[in-house]
Design a protein around this ligand. Structure first.
Ligand SMILES: Nc1ncnc2c1ncn2[C@@H]1O[C@H](COP(=O)(O)OP(=O)(O)OP(=O)(O)O)[C@@H](O)[C@H]1O
Ligand SMILES: [Mg+2]
Length: 388
């Protein structure tokens, strides 16, 4: 389900330690195909996952949202080897887990990092000992090396001066930073986080998730983060939405990032009316002079904005390559409703856009004057930059 377009693989260093992975290491870290799960007891059977296809590439932060009971924790616990696979394929770090023995699951579990909602720190250990504990499960660390690395990791999460404190003396945000240090200290390729900001206020949650994503990327690891927190979704490279045990594209979440002025009700109605479209490099998304019929939000890839001048020359206006950037509003907001520029998909790969029809766009701006104002402002800024 996740896109397979290769990502730039970094091999940055953490502190002064050597790089963790070779730059060539670009194989998916997680690949599920038709993954299903049911909870059973003596006389009931409840199907919770109905065939999940999900791919997680190195270096990416994948966020998973969805209503309570939709199956998010079940999925993360299967990927985290906390449950056995019943049906379908789940490859973790290249190894198939369907049919794996308990011993194998235990070994694989050590190669992953976990962050939970309620920190799960041991109260009778200092925070350095809490972090160090996760390294000591790995065979190849002397206690001295483990201590040094743990202190370094705590320094990276901003707690270098609190190594000897006990968890009880820390705030919620600080505890969660310890949990992040503990999850990352053995440099796992994959880190799983189930509601990591749920017990934190929004500012603290934001700070924790920012540090977390930065460190995950520095290690060229990947993260799968389950969250209800709409305010941290911009830290994601990809967002999925779980609905009754099925993965769906998170259109509503993407819309709320691009147009934060839409209310939840509007988000739901607009999300239901959108479609996705793919363009190959070179393909035209909008042709100058055509009638304006749609509004676009960039999901993946890049586009270039060009304008043909009366003298027949072409002027390059802009390149858009950030997920969530929108375009196409100029023709829709202006009376003459003609395209004022040509927009085409460009390298490196396929470009994926969310398409909103003229009618849905009109309803969206008439229902929300703030959204109208945001789009008007964007239009004015584009027009100004085009005139330069
Ligand atoms: N151990 C279990 N035994 C039986 N049923 C379970 C078990 N764990 C979860 N379920 C059921 O499976 C469904 C999915 O649960 P899951 O915990 O995966 O949802 P979730 O998306 O993580 O929800 P939340 O957002 O509330 O954490 C729910 O209906 C839940 O009641
Ligand atoms: Mg859950």
């Amino acid at each position: 389900m996740a896109r397979e377009v290769g990502r730039a693989v970094r091999s940055l260093t953490i502190g002064n330690l050597p790089p963790v992975t070779s730059p060539a290491d670009t194989a998916p870290l997680v690949e599920t195909k038709g993954l299903k799960h049911a909870y059973k007891d003596a006389n009931t059977r409840k199907q919770v996952l109905h065939g999940i296809d999900l791919t997680i590439q190195p270096g990416s932060a994948v966020f998973l949202t969805g209503f309570s009971g939709s199956g998010k924790t079940t999925l993360i616990s299967l990927i985290g080897c906390l449950r056995s696979v019943q049906d379908g394929s789940l490859k973790l770090l290249g190894e198939e887990l369907n049919g794996a023995s308990q011993a194998k699951l235990r070994t694989m579990r050590r190669r992953i990092g976990y962050v939970f909602q309620h920190f799960n720190l041991l109260d009778f250990l200092t925070i350095r000992q809490n972090v160090q504990q996760s390294l000591e499960l790995q065979a190849d660390f002397s206690p001295r090396e483990a201590k040094r690395r743990s202190e370094e990791m705590l320094d990276l999460v901003g707690l270098g001066d609190r190594c000897n404190a006990y968890p009880a003396a820390l705030s919620g945000g600080q505890k969660q930073r310890v949990a992040v240090a503990r999850a990352l200290v053995h440099r796992p390729r994959l880190v799983l986080a189930d509601e990591p900001t749920a017990a934190l206020d929004s500012g603290t949650g934001r700070e924790v998730i920012d540090r977390f994503s930065k460190l995950v990327k520095q290690q060229n690891s990947a993260a799968l983060v389950v969250t209800h927190n709409m305010r941290i979704l911009d830290a994601a490279d990809e967002i999925y939405h779980m609905e009754d045990g099925r993965l769906a594209a998170a259109v509503g979440e993407q819309l709320s990032l691009t147009l934060p002025t839409l209310s939840d009700i509007q988000l739901r109605s607009v999300a239901g009316e959108t479609t996705k479209r793919l363009f190959k490099p070179g393909e035209i998304v909008i042709q100058q002079g055509d009638e304006a019929r749609e509004f676009f939000i960039l999901l993946n890839g890049a586009v270039e904005v060009m304008r043909e001048l009366p003298d027949g020359t072409t002027q390059f206006l802009a390149r858009l390559d950030e997920r969530g950037q929108s375009f196409g509003e100029i023709g829709l907001l202006q009376d003459h409703a003609r395209r004022t520029a040509t927009i085409r998909a460009v390298e490196p790969g396929e470009t994926e856009v969310l398409v909103i029809s003229k009618e849905t766009f009109a309803a969206m701006v008439s229902d929300s004057w703030q959204t109208h104002a945001v789009l008007k402002d964007q239009m004015a800024r584009y027009m100004l930059s085009y005139e330069k």
